[in-house]
Design a protein around this ligand. Structure first.
Ligand SMILES: *Cc1c(COP(=O)(O)O)cnc(C)c1O
Length: 338
């Protein structure tokens, strides 16, 4: 099976850039959900801890358990606890979620400031606090999420203002309970919309992995992609002019051509929509349909770098780097190269 290489140098350089923008590495929460966007959760967690990061964000409790030793606190975006923990906090995604948590659970309240995906409405803040107190929860944070921080528009700004208002009201409510809240709003794109950080934490995902794309006209930091996907050669052959490759024979050689099969397919996350329409950064063309466990390229190299920036592959498929990364097969071997 193919393999993934990870660059610590790129990861640390991205962390330097984020820390510089935010003003301190102490406010960085690294988003390691979904196997750290396909990079390998334990490997990335360990490297982030080495760098001095203390906060992590995941989707599920089982993801948090896997990387717990590396961090001081872990925020769980979409799950309920099966065991008590003083390190974990769980997101309240709507008023109904409050009653789903056992008494004593540490929670962070999500407020919907305009994305209209998850979170309580700002006008439900008082009711949410009453119900959290009634259920015996301990609220340790209030958060929101930005819908368009990567686009050149005023959307970031009005969500920022709405969250600042929520912060003021929540601070007063929390004081009555003796709760010490942390506030966080920004995802990767949000981090780069202002200098410094007026909140207590940011939630850095795609920027950490070096694949943040901002609209033209917005500040766009020089991040470095951390992950590369490689294939190992299975077989080489020379096609005669006119011969076709793979399922349905959608590629036909226009002259004699040396091609090789590599051991990565759509079962490993190589999106099949790139069939016949992708070339590697070295300019080596993908030929014919991608199979479940194989793909054919116009070369006889023993080891082939398929992509070193998931955004390039994503473009050939009409999606975003996030999806390509998050869908990479967990079973692919992952190694640090520096
Ligand atoms: C995934 C996620 C993030 C990270 O977003 P990026 O754009 O990758 O930085 C931040 N906050 C929440 C709530 C998320 O679900």
């Amino acid at each position: 099976m193919g393999y993934i290489t990870l660059s610590r140098e790129a990861l640390f350089s991205n962390l330097d850039i984020i820390a510089h923008q935010v003003g301190t590495k102490d406010k960085i929460g690294v988003v390691l959900k979904d196997n750290a966007y396909g990079h390998g959760a334990v490997m990335v967690a360990q490297a982030c801890a080495e760098y001095g990061i203390t906060h992590a964000v995941v989707r599920l409790e089982r993801e948090a358990l896997e990387i717990e030793p590396f961090f001081e606190d872990l925020l769980i975006l979409g799950d309920v606890p099966t065991q008590p923990s003083q390190k974990f906090s769980y997101v309240v995604n709507s008023l109904d979620w409050i009653e789903r948590f056992p008494s004593g659970t540490r929670v962070e309240l999500k407020v919907d400031t305009g994305m209209h995906r998850n979170g309580i409405a700002p006008k439900q803040l008082e009711e949410a606090f009453e119900r959290m107190v009634g259920t015996g929860l301990v609220c340790v944070g209030v958060m929101s999420h930005l819908r368009s921080a990567d686009t050149l528009s005023s959307e970031w700004y009005w969500q920022r203002c709405a969250f600042d208002e929520v912060k003021n009201r929540a601070s007063v409510l929390a004081q009555k309970q003796g709760w010490n809240l942390r506030f966080h709003l920004s995802n990767s794109a949000g981090i780069f919309r202002s200098n410094g950080c007026s909140d207590d934490m940011v939630r850095a995902g795609i920027a950490l992995y070096g694949c943040l794309e901002m609209d033209k006209g917005l500040f766009s930091p020089e991040l470095k992609p951390v992950l590369s996907l490689w294939g190992e050669k299975i077989a080489t052959r020379t096609l005669k002019k006119g011969e076709r490759i793979g399922y349905n024979g959608i590629y036909q050689a226009s002259e004699d051509e040396v091609v090789s099969t590599y051991d990565v397919g759509y079962a490993n996350g190589l999106d099949r929509l790139a069939s016949n329409r992708y070339a590697t950064p070295e300019g080596i063309a993908l030929r014919g349909r991608i199979s479940m466990d194989n793909a054919v390229f116009s070369t006889d190299k023993e080891e082939l770098m398929i992509f070193d920036n998931a955004n390039d592959y994503a473009r050939s498929v009409g999606t975003i780097g996030y999806e390509i990364l998050a869908c990479l097969d967990k079973d692919l071997k992952r190694v640090w190269v520096d």
